[in-house]
Design a protein. Structure first.
Length: 512
């Protein structure tokens, strides 16, 4: 192994050891299920904000999005615009009401538990359906993170993809298994900071090398500069309204992401929540802009060579290697920035593992299968679930040619369609009832599965035939089903509507 590679490997080793140490320390502070799943509702503003956004963006931010912009041009930024608008709406309109309602609704610790308590579902239909949907789509989501890790280690060290996949999965599994939510949020804070530093420094330094010949370098890769830099061009072809709407629709997913929503539930106070909103919105704006810049700068910097479609998601890795290893001879610094990519991957995978664990252990095992089980038993089930989900996701990610963007897209659509509309209606529409909630979750999840996976149009999926993102369709169908079924069935009980009004009048530490 070359000297530079050994130094980069050392940087990775230091980073990974720190993550595991955090897991061990957090384990000592984790004494109950509320600690394991919500950190005792004690997150401060900075940890809550960076944890929420770092767990949101994943390897997609530093690999999927830059790779898409690299291959097709800045028109791919419509996804980033949609995600930014969704982030803003989520923090400003969803975070505070959700935190309040989960406290009032019997101190709910998970999204399925909140839905059960919100609608007083004695038969626990919502609990079962929500948990099943979470496990299905988070398996795909976790697989996308593990695939990102495999591609990272493969690109940097030349390690076989499958061995790299196992290494990344092992480290994530270790600290999530040990420390639960507190370990996840603490590591996410560090990882979110590292991601932001890498996003800011690497493209700026790389641009310094090509600023004088930027246009010429871009066109040397076979693209037209005007088309490539236009928001209304997609790989040299004009964007249609359907294309733009489909990409903006990514923002709809935010209000249905359990691993993001749980951060709102866990924050220490509403005062901290206000600070978190500002921090998170600024972080996500800078991160999304710079991720798009990486794709464009990477195209010019690596010219005249052009990465293949499958390799385009490694453009940030290539930039770091060429700038800090080859030109600046600072392999340890380059290694730290590569850890930023690993940070993006790990910060999402750990959150997804934890949400799956909470759905199985808290929502199904504790609330339905064995209600009299102790906290310690539920913690054991949680940790076993983390292992099982990680192993299943490992096998889903086994194919080295799997697209990070495609895996994330499918999972994001499924979760956003199933939970987004019902979360909004639960918080803002008093007339919503259990029938509407069930119809919304089932119709949203099934729409995405049918749209993205079943070859119903001449051997192709509906998505392949139409180009319409399944989240746009699934969200609309789910919302319509919630409204229709709620209005056609019995109105919520006086107890439920009274609870709804109590949430509206909520004050910190006091209900009036």
């Amino acid at each position: 192994m070359a000297a530079n590679s050994i130094i980069v490997l050392f940087a990775f080793a230091v980073y990974l050891i720190i993550m595991i140490i955090i897991g061990i320390i957090s384990m000592k502070k984790t004494n109950s299920t509320e600690d394991y799943f919500l950190g005792g509702r004690g997150l401060n503003s900075w940890v809550a904000a960076l944890s929420a956004q770092a767990s949101d963006m994943s390897g997609w931010l530093l690999m999927g999005l830059p790779g898409s912009v690299y291959a097709l041009g800045t028109g791919q930024a419509w996804i980033a615009i949609g995600l930014f608008l969704g982030t803003v709406a989520n923090w400003l309109f969803i975070s505070k009401p959700l935190r309040r309602y989960t406290i009032v609704a019997n101190n709910s610790l998970t999204l399925p538990e909140f839905l059960e308590n919100r609608y007083h579902d004695k038969k626990r239909i919502l609990l079962y359906i929500s948990s099943i949907v979470i496990v299905i789509f988070f398996l795909v989501y976790t697989a996308s993170a593990l695939a990102s890790g495999g591609k990272l280690f493969n690109s940097v060290f030349g390690v076989d993809y499958h061995i790299a996949l196992a290494i990344g999965a092992g480290v994530i599994l270790t600290y999530t298994f040990l420390g639960g939510f507190l370990a996840v949020c603490t590591t996410d804070f560090i990882q979110g900071t590292l991601m932001l530093v890498g996003l800011l420094i690497v493209p700026i330094v790389a641009y310094g090398y090509v600023s004088g010949d930027f246009t010429a370098n871009l066109e040397a890769t076979g693209v037209n500069y005007s088309d490539y830099m236009s928001l209304f061009s997609n790989g040299g072809k004009p964007y249609s309204a359907v294309d733009i709407l489909s990409q903006l629709a990514w923002g709809l997913g935010y209000c249905g992401m359990p691993h993001i929503l749980v951060r709102f539930m866990a924050i220490r106070s509403e005062k901290e929540l206000k600070k978190s909103s500002v921090i998170a919105i600024v972080w996500v704006f800078i991160s999304l802009v710079m991720a798009c810049v990486i794709g464009v700068v990477g195209r010019a910097f690596l010219a005249p060579a052009v990465l293949s479609d499958t390799a385009s998601e490694s453009v940030f890795i290539e930039l770091i290697n060429r700038v800090f290893n080859d030109k600046l001879a600072l392999p340890f610094i380059g290694g730290l920035f590569l850890c930023g990519i690993l940070a993006a991957i790990m910060s999402t995978a750990d959150s997804q593992l934890l949400v799956c664990a909470s759905s199985v252990s808290k929502d199904i095992y504790k609330n339905a299968v064995k209600p009299d089980s102790s906290d310690q038993t539920v913690l054991k089930v949680s940790r076993i679930t983390v292992i099982v989900v990680a192993v299943l996701a490992f096998f889903i990610a086994w194919d080295p040619d799997s697209s990070i963007m495609a895996l994330v897209s499918d999972a994001w659509a499924g979760l956003g369609s199933a939970f987004g509309p019902i979360v909004v209606c639960s918080l803002f529409w008093k007339r919503t009832n259990i029938a509407g909630a069930v119809a919304g979750i089932v119709s949203g999840g099934l729409t995405v599965i049918v749209w993205d996976y079943l070859p119903l149009v001449n051997g192709s999926t509906i998505y392949a035939a139409t180009g319409v993102y399944s989240l746009l369709v699934g969200f609309a169908i789910s919302l319509a089903c919630i409204v229709i079924f709620s209005l056609l069935t019995k109105a919520p009980s006086a107890e439920i509507t009274e609870e709804f009004e109590r949430v509206k009048n909520y004050r910190e530490d006091k209900l009036i």
